[in-house]
Design a protein around this ligand. Structure first.
Ligand SMILES: Nc1ncnc2c1ncn2[C@@H]1O[C@H](COP(=O)(O)OP(=O)(O)OP(=O)(O)O)[C@@H](O)[C@H]1O
Length: 263
């Protein structure tokens, strides 16, 4: 994609995140090899692909955990290619926390309140402010508890939740930052079959208020909630389109069959 096209996107404002020629090479091997992505505002955009396709590496380039070896990332009009993760968070990008980053001994409500407070950064810690919970942070926490359907468990320590509920809480922690773009890395991985519908419904509903980009392996979920699906294969974009287009594309089937054949 040319630079002038990227500039046009910035002017229309329809696209919140755009990559051009994104590459991450480990020596001669390109885990991500010239990826052009365009995430439109107000959509759920899912990246799928067989094992080793480069999904996680792409995700880490977007969040700032990995530095691309070539290409550019524009987020909401800013070039963030070389910006550290915390700067991207400050601009409105939020990724789901991992269970390991939940405060296990604090209640669900306290976890969410701290995540809401964290968004205000140093301001929330200003020394002239009285110590204690700010009502606006508590309000955000309670709104999210409703969305997560964790009302009955609001005062329970995060560490006592089921695995599935902890994964739901991770998504809530990312929501508490009130981001412009929510990035979710395999939100249903490791979840029991009973918890998956709750997560599916949650992500589907998030699409009404947020722009969501996720990596997901569960095809039932991918096909039911995504507006756009990018299929990666061997570090490149293989196919992109709506669920029906992707489902019917023989190249996608061939890529997954190749994976099965290799097992
Ligand atoms: N630090 C690294 N050094 C060298 N190669 C790496 C490194 N990290 C990842 N790779 C390779 O890059 C390729 C892409 O990996 P990546 O984890 O992004 O794939 P993926 O699509 O997320 O796969 P999966 O679905 O299995 O998680 C793989 O071949 C992987 O072995």
């Amino acid at each position: 994609m040319s630079t002038s096209q990227m500039t046009d996107t910035r002017q229309t404002g329809d696209v919140i995140l755009e990559t051009s020629g994104l590459e991450l090479a480990y020596g001669a091997f390109k885990a991500v090899d010239g990826v052009d992505l365009r995430i439109r505002r107000g959509t759920i955009h899912t990246i799928i692909g067989p094992n080793g396709a480069g999904k996680t590496t792409t995700f880490h380039c977007l969040t700032g955990e990995r530095r691309p070896t070539a290409g550019r990332i524009l987020f909401d009009g800013s070039d963030v290619t070389r910006k550290p993760s915390q700067d991207r968070v400050g601009l409105g990008m939020s990724r789901s926390f991992q269970i390991t980053s939940l405060f296990q001994t604090l209640s669900v409500r306290e976890n969410l309140r701290l995540a809401a407070q964290g968004r205000d950064g140093a301001k929330a810690l200003a020394f002239w402010r009285p110590v204690g919970a700010r009502p606006d942070h508590l309000k955000v926490a309670d709104e999210i508890i409703d969305r997560l359907q964790l009302g009955a468990r609001a005062d329970v320590a995060a560490g006592e939740l089921s695995h599935g509920q902890q994964r739901v809480l991770e998504v809530g922690m990312a929501m508490a930052a009130r981001p412009k773009l929510l990035l979710l890395d395999e939100p249903t991985s490791g979840m029991g079959i009973d918890d998956i519908p709750v997560m599916t419904k949650l992500i589907g509903e998030l699409g009404r208020d947020y722009t969501v980009m996720l990596i997901e392996h569960n095809m039932g979920i991918v096909m039911s909630i995504s507006d756009t699906i990018t299929v990666m294969h061997q570090g490149k974009v293989l196919v992109e389109g709506d669920p029906r287009t992707v489902r019917n594309d023989p190249r996608v089937r061939a890529a997954y069959l190749g994976e099965a054949g290799a097992c």
